[in-house]
Write a protein that binds this ligand. Structure first.
Ligand code: GTP
Ligand code: MG
Length: 255
């Protein structure tokens, strides 16, 4: 007896990110083709969605709309997770065995990362998520290496005049993650000294995100561990309607 792929195993895109960044708003937009009021999430929520018209799934470039294989390739699952600090286990649990995860959409409030508190919170969550992906990759036992999981940093709320433009969201996050990395390393070291164990060096290495050495963290360092990181701006809501084109383009590339 062998396992056949069940029809429900659709490519899944995880929506992760701090509370209030717009994850559920995007899920609602994807489901209803219209934005609606949301409330802070307390549980994960998954919906089946179709890649909107006008975006071509990467695996179906040589087919045409209407072709059954083309239409099948447009199907996906969006899995929304709560961003509240105490409810992030729902998101991290998804990273433990991400068999059907085709990509991760890390939604950022581009206005909130313009101030230090918002930036730090976002950077910590992103750091921890990227570290989980790195550990999964480096800890894999197969010779083939685990499958790659790309990350989209969706810089949301660009309709707000206080929002940072996407390239500054990227630079700010890289800087802030460099700081998180430093302070986490110090934490590991201190606890290691306290315990006096011999595996400290190994631990320190495992807990260090990206390239070692003195340099700053950059998202492209994640390519070494099977994760490409893209940053794209958009807005789910806003006076002039929503604009999430670049996010769907990214999704289409992964399908
Ligand atoms: P949690 O469920 O707590 O993790 O938050 P979430 O990421 O699901 O946030 P949600 O989608 O509920 O959005 C939070 C708030 O931001 C809501 O009031 C939305 O209406 C608002 N919002 C979402 N996207 C945008 C946007 O593009 N522009 C503006 N101005 N507001 C937005
Ligand atoms: Mg939500």
């Amino acid at each position: 007896i062998y396992r056949v792929q069940t029809p429900t195993a659709l490519p899944t895109f995880l929506l992760i990110g701090p509370s209030g960044s717009g994850k559920t708003a995007f899920l609602t937009l994807a489901e209803r083709r219209a934005a609606a009021q949301t409330h802070t999430s307390t549980a994960p929520l998954s919906i089946e969605a179709l890649l909107p018209d006008g975006y071509v799934p990467n695996s179906a470039h040589y087919r045409s709309p209407g072709d059954p294989a083309y239409e099948r390739a447009r199907r996906l699952l969006l899995l929304d997770t709560p961003g509240h600090g105490k409810l992030r286990h729902f998101a991290t649990a998804q990273l433990v065995n991400p068999t059907h995860v085709r990509g991760i959409i890390f939604v950022v409030d581009a206005a909130s990362v313009a101030d230090e508190a918002g930036l730090d919170e976002t950077a910590e969550y992103l750091h921890d998520m990227l570290l989980a992906l790195q550990k999964r990759y480096t800890g894999a036992k197969t010779s083939k290496g685990p499958k790659e999981i790309p990350v989209l940093i969706a810089a949301n709320k660009l309709d707000l005049f206080t929002a940072l433009p996407p390239h500054l969201v990227k630079i700010s996050l890289e800087k802030a993650i460099s700081e998180v990395r430093k302070s986490r390393a110090k934490g590991v070291k201190d606890s290691g000294v306290a315990m006096g164990g011999e595996e400290d060096a190994v631990d320190e290495e495992n807990e260090w995100l990206g390239e070692g050495g003195e340099g700053a963290f950059e998202f492209r360092q994640m390519e070494e561990v099977g994760t490409s990181v893209a940053v794209q701006g958009g807005n789910v809501l806003g006076g002039e309607g929503s604009d999430v084109k670049s996010w769907w383009e990214w999704v289409a590339e992964q399908l």
